[in-house]
Design a protein around this ligand. Structure first.
Ligand code: 5GP
Ligand code: MG
Ligand code: MG
Length: 183
C-alpha cells in the first residue's frame, strides 16, 4: 500500500482519489446529529453500530449527540473486494436485550440494501420499540430492497469508495477523506 501524496491512494492495482473531503463529512455529521438530538429528545436510544465499516462514522456522530444514549455493536460482512455478495457471512450478535428499545442502526454505506435489511429483520424479531437507520453513504441506483433510511449523510453514484472506516480488502479505513476508485 502506498500513499504517494494526499491526492492519491494506491492499493495493489487500484487507485483511489479524493471524493468527499473530511470537512464536508464533519459538517454533514453535525447536521445529522442535530436532527437525532431533536427527534430523540424524550427517548434514550440504543445505538447499534454495524462493524467494521461504521466505526468511525458512529464515533463522530455520537460525539455530537447531546441526548442520553447507549451504544452496542454487531458485526457483519458481505463484501468480497469490491462487489457485494448479497450473503451475510457473519453476524456477531448482540448481548443486550433490545426488546422495547428505540434502536438507531448505524451503517457506513447502503449499497444493494441486502445487509441492512437482513440486520433489521434480525433485530425486529426481538421486538424493539422502533428501529431507525443512519447511514453515512447511500447508493440509490444500486438498491435492490425497499427500505426506509431515516438519516443519510450523502447520496452517491454507484462507484466503489473507501476511507473514513470503509475498506478495500481490509485496507484504507484510516483516511479522513472518503476516496473513490479511479475509473
Ligand atoms: P449492501 O448489502 O447494501 O449491498 O452492502 C452493504 C455493505 O457493503 C456495506 O456495509 C459496506 O460494508 C459494503 N459496501 C458497499 N458498497 C461499498 C463501497 O463502495 N465501498 C466499500 N468499501 N464497501 C462497500
Ligand atoms: Mg457496513
Ligand atoms: Mg468492507
Amino acid at each position: 500500500m502506498i500513499f504517494p501524496d494526499a491526492n492519491m491512494l494506491a492499493i495493489n492495482d487500484k487507485r483511489f482519489v479524493p471524493f468527499i473531503a473530511a470537512e464536508a463529512i464533519q459538517t454533514r455529521i453535525q447536521e445529522l446529529a442535530d436532527q437525532i438530538n431533536q427527534e430523540y429528545a424524550d427517548r434514550k436510544p440504543l445505538i447499534v453500530v454495524v462493524l467494521n465499516g461504521a466505526f468511525i462514522f458512529a464515533a463522530d456522530l455520537m460525539k455530537n449527540l447531546t441526548i442520553p444514549c447507549e451504544v452496542t455493536f454487531i458485526r457483519v460482512a458481505s463484501y468480497t473486494a469490491t462487489e457485494s455478495t448479497g450473503q451475510l457471512r457473519q453476524i456477531l450478535g448482540l448481548s443486550e436485550t433490545i426488546t422495547g428499545r428505540d434502536l438507531i442502526v448505524i451503517e457506513d454505506i447502503v449499497d444493494t440494501g441486502l445487509t441492512i435489511c437482513e440486520v433489521c429483520d434480525q433485530l425486529r424479531s426481538q421486538q424493539p420499540a422502533s428501529i431507525a437507520i443512519a447511514t453515512l453513504l447511500f447508493k440509490p441506483t444500486a438498491l435492490k430492497k425497499s427500505i426506509d433510511l431515516h438519516y443519510v449523510g450523502f447520496e452517491i453514484e454507484n462507484r466503489f469508495v473507501l476511507g473514513y472506516g470503509l475498506d478495500y480488502d481490509g485496507i484504507g479505513r484510516n483516511t479522513k477523506d472518503i476516496m473513490v476508485l479511479e475509473e
